[in-house]
Ligand binder design. Structure first.
Ligand code: CA
Length: 236
């Protein structure tokens, strides 16, 4: 599948040129002229890479970068910063904020393409390390916060995915409802322990034939136990 690249750039000529160049290099490109319009789309349709201009009308590119890199569900999206500034200090600042690479305007298309390929290659190595194959047809992708069952992406909420992440990190360990809430929301939590049961019930429904892997330990909490086919277990 073609990689999806988002470009945020308020200079429309440059934006159109970038989209055109990327499309002709075989990527799917989508341009945004403000940071907010891109951020709005990000949650339900994340890209494989983001090209981000620093000087934007609505937000500072550094702030956009810092924000994304601090959010676990977006931190894995590689960012190439694009800027007219040639200041070394700015380059260092961008990299400190977690940008993966830097291009100074005006740039050569060949250089941009080469850097893009390098960043995408690095990202895909990273991605491979972050996949948990629970069984041959059930896997969790911690970069994308997505779970796949029989080749299909499960429609999990972020909270459901995070619960799955918590439980699968230590198979066999029992987590109390309160521990799960702490790991989900830290000290900010305003929800009650019953909330965990509701999320787990929905999660079990969605993971369908593997629902038995999430076990309720009476009086204590929940644990995750992978089921091998020989076990022949169904529900716990
Ligand atoms: Ca600009």
């Amino acid at each position: 599948m073609k990689e999806k690249i988002y470009i945020v750039e308020d200079e429309i000529d440059i934006l159109e040129l970038l989209c055109l160049n990327l499309e002709s290099a075989g990527y799917r490109a989508r341009g945004f002229d403000t940071a907010l319009s891109m951020l709005k789309r990000l949650d339900h349709d994340p890209p494989d890479l983001l090209i981000l201009d620093l000087m934007l009308p609505d937000m500072d590119g550094f702030e956009v970068c810092k924000k994304l890199k601090s959010e676990p569900e977006h931190a894995r999206i590689p960012i190439i910063m694009l800027t007219a500034r040639i200041d070394l200090e700015d380059k260092i600042k961008g990299l400190d904020y977690g940008a993966d690479d830097y291009i100074t305007k005006p740039f050569e298309n060949d250089e941009l393409q080469a850097r893009l390929r390098a960043v995408l290659r690095r990202a895909s190595w990273e991605a491979e390390k972050n996949v948990l194959q629970i069984s041959p047809d059930f896997k969790l992708d911690f970069n994308r916060f997505e779970a796949f069952l029989e080749q299909k992406r499960l429609d999990l909420t972020l909270t459901e995915f995070k619960i799955l992440q918590i439980l699968t990190k230590r198979p066999g360990w029992v987590f109390s409802r309160n521990q799960i809430l702490d790991l989900l929301w830290g000290t900010d939590k305003i929800v009650i322990e019953r909330t965990v049961d509701v999320h787990i019930k929905n999660l079990r429904d969605k993971i369908d034939k593997y629902s038995g892997m999430i076990k309720n330990v009476r009086g204590l909490g929940y644990k995750f136990e992978p089921i091998t086919e020989e076990d022949g277990e169904t529900h716990g």
